[in-house]
Design a protein around this ligand. Structure first.
Ligand code: C2E
Ligand code: MG
Ligand code: MG
Length: 665
């Protein structure tokens, strides 16, 4: 070799070395910069991008991709990429058993052309096409395998060199920690966001729960109508007050309040007016009291007050003040209305030293106030005896049916044209095992007030329908009148029960008559008229009982589908001796006939009255002169032995007009 050629060779070697050196410097510089860059970029997307771009520069690949394995190691997703076709691949996900990434994960070692020699024969065919053009190193974090960095197609050469593999391996180990940290941070942030979202949802739920709890508490402890504490809360406060008063040795008072004639307001003006009145009364009372006092509604028109540190004298002043609040009439939506109240005062510890005895004493005192029309009354043991049995009435009434103490008696009605007994009225009787006979005027209001009226009305209806049928089977055609309380007339369940009885027993039209008082049908005319029409269409007739004692207007009566007027016994009983009563009876008969109604006179006690009624054209008579109310098994025999003729069959009933419908109806 000539010295010139040697020189040339040396120069080339020198250039190659210089280039090699340059490359090394570049690589070192790149690694250094990368190292700095990754530690300052914490945002994962930016970091991914930086890694693929630097890796591409480092190994001179046409394309560099960064597949990341998901948490449950089922698939990997190309999280970043750069170079040729990278855009199309980034974002794609593939199953882990598929592709080189899966291989790298399974073997936990880099993929490179040199690997080819190590592959099992069956693996070779599968991978060897790609081996020359792809390089991939695993990206292992501190805790787990994250994915890899792969290069595709070496620029300017057939495949990647061992040096590329070493560089990429070094590069991967350099960036993996930063990537893992960034990925963890992102996961942490996502988890934090999720937690914040849950927390917000939890807060909303908590708020809703609080509202629901409050509503539930309100329902459980406050009266829905007046929003005042209910019986339970009043008793609770009372118990607390008993404890405090015992500890501090101070008296306190309980006042039981019951509105006077509230039932009349309800019956005549309707329940919604009654409700409005209760609300306003509650408000007035509340405003008249101190902050520390409790006023609650126990139910119906009954209120109770708990007044801490209050002796009998002070309680009387409070009662006076409360009564005065009722002096001004109440302006209600549809009427102006006045109401009075009766109040009973009981003082701890003199009239009771626990909750039940205080409430009972206040109740007894209230009854005395009501009876004496005194406004209020302070409990007095001496007067207690008279009232105790009234309180027990409701309790006894609960068992009256089971004990067989209740019975229906029947009082006949005489048809004045045919002089035949054409029907009966069912009247409830209570024969108390200890107290003896209790009149219906006393126990029916108790049934109404204690919520038992439905149960007893249904019982009476059952009895009456069954008894009428029994008589029909025995050959007697008697119409059956049943009294319906105002509560029952507004009770859908009772009305539906009557309908079901009509369907069950199928009595002839007009054989069942429901007696309702004047006041019961007043008030909500549209509603009442609807109900009467509904039952009328099934053959049930209606009678206005105790006519003359209420204040029903003619225009009202005309619009209601009623069939009968029953003149109140107070007019009938005195008509022989009292000219005014005779006039009232006469004009009522005329009025009823003008309206096309049948007229029944109740309280006929003498033959003279009976004759007078016949002369006036009254249709039917009922009273002691004909017969007193009696048990069903005695009625027929006693009537027949006294010479009365009874309507015997439906045909006969029709010919004599015993069960005929009123003219015009
Ligand atoms: P009412 O429906 O007006 O019943 C007529 C009342 O007059 C009965 O009183 C009856 O015994 C009485 N009476 C009948 N003839 C004469 C007579 O010639 N002279 C006198 N002085 N009185 C006579 P009773 O049985 O005491 O019933 C009183 C009220 O109790 C009934 O008045 C009715 O409003 C109510 N009542 C009775 N049973 C029931 C029932 O099952 N349900 C409902 N809701 N109320 C009933
Ligand atoms: Mg009646
Ligand atoms: Mg009556």
């Amino acid at each position: 070799m000539s010295s010139g050629a040697n020189q040339q060779n040396r120069q080339r070697t020198f250039h190659e070395l210089e280039h090699e050196l340059y490359l090394r410097e570049f690589e070192i510089q790149l690694l250094k910069e990368t190292s700095e860059a990754v530690s300052s970029h914490l945002h994962l997307d930016q970091l991914f991008q930086l890694v693929v771009e630097r890796a591409r520069d480092l190994i001179q690949a046409e394309t560099v991709l960064l597949p990341v394995i998901d948490r449950d190691c089922k698939q990997y997703t190309y999280a970043a990429g750069c170079g040729k076709n990278a855009d199309e691949i980034v974002g794609e996900s593939l199953p882990l058993e598929y592709g080189i990434c899966g291989w790298v994960w399974r073997h936990n070692r880099p993929w490179w052309t040199g690997i080819l020699d190590e592959l099992e024969p069956e693996e070779r065919n599968r991978w060897e096409q790609e081996a020359g053009t792809v390089i991939m190193v695993p990206l292992g974090g501190k805790k787990h395998f994250m994915g890899g960095i792969s290069g595709i197609n070496k620029i300017g050469a057939d495949n990647f060199s061992k040096r590329d593999l070493d560089l990429l391996t070094l590069f991967a180990s350099q960036v993996s920690i930063a990537l893992e940290v960034a990925m963890n941070i992102e996961e942490l942030e996502a988890a934090q966001k999720e937690a914040e979202k849950y927390q917000q949802e939890l807060q909303i739920l908590n708020k809703e729960l609080q509202i629901t709890n409050k509503e539930l508490e309100n329902l459980a402890l406050y009266d829905h109508l007046t929003r005042l504490p209910n019986r339970k809360l009043v008793q609770d406060r009372l118990l607390q007050q008993v404890h405090t008063a015992r500890r501090e040795k101070l008296p306190f008072s309980v006042i039981m309040v019951d509105l006077d004639r509230f039932k009349e307001v309800n019956d005549t003006l309707g329940h919604h007016v009654g409700d409005e009145l209760l609300k306003k009364v509650g408000m007035r009372f509340k405003h008249a009291l101190r902050h520390m006092d409790t006023i609650g509604r126990l139910g119906g028109d009954e209120f109770a007050l708990v007044l801490p540190n209050t002796n009998a004298e002070m309680a009387c002043l409070v009662a006076d003040k409360l009564l005065k609040t009722l002096d001004i009439p109440f302006d209600l939506e549809s009427a102006t209305c006045s109401v009075d109240a009766s109040m009973g005062i009981a003082v701890f510890p003199y009239h009771g030293d626990d909750v039940p005895s205080l409430l009972r004493s206040a109740d007894v005192a209230m009854y005395i106030a009501k009876r004496n029309q005194d406004g209020y009354f302070v409990y007095d043991t001496k007067k207690d005896k008279h009232t105790v049995h009234r309180l027990n009435l409701a309790a006894d009434l609960h068992q009256a049916l089971d004990k067989g103490e209740l019975q229906l008696y029947y009082q006949p009605k005489l048809d004045l044209d045919s002089k035949m007994i054409s029907g009966v009225e069912a009247l409830m009787r209570w024969n108390h095992t200890e107290r003896g006979f209790i009149p219906p005027d006393v126990f029916i209001p108790t049934m109404e007030q204690s919520g038992m009226i439905r149960r007893y009305t249904i019982w009476a209806l059952d009895e009456a329908y069954r008894q009428r049928m029994e008589w029909q089977k025995a050959g007697y055609a008697l119409s059956m009148s049943v009294n319906l309380s105002v509560y029952s007339l507004r009770d859908r369940q009772v009305l539906e029960y009557i309908q079901s009885l009509q369907e069950q027993w199928r009595p002839p039209p007009g054989a069942l008559v429901m007696e309702v008082t004047e006041s019961a049908v007043m008030g909500d005319l549209g509603y009442v008229s609807g109900i009467l029409s509904e039952l009328s269409s099934q053959g049930v007739q209606f009678s206005i009982d105790d006519f003359g004692t209420g204040y029903s207007s003619l225009s009202h009566l005309k619009r209601l589908p009623v069939n009968e007027l029953k003149i109140d016994r107070s007019f009938v009983m005195e008509m022989d001796s009292d000219a005014d009563d005779a006039t009232i009876v006469r004009s009522t008969v005329d009025l009823a006939h003008n309206l096309g109604l049948r007229v029944v006179a109740e309280g006929v006690e003498t033959a003279e009255t009976l004759d007078a009624l016949k002369d006036l054209g009254c249709n039917q008579a009922q009273g002691y002169f004909i017969a007193r109310p009696s048990p069903p098994d005695e009625l027929i025999t006693s009537l027949e032995s006294n010479g009365w003729t009874l309507c015997r069959t439906d045909d006969e009933a029709e010919t004599v007009g015993c069960t005929r419908a009123a003219p015009g109806h």
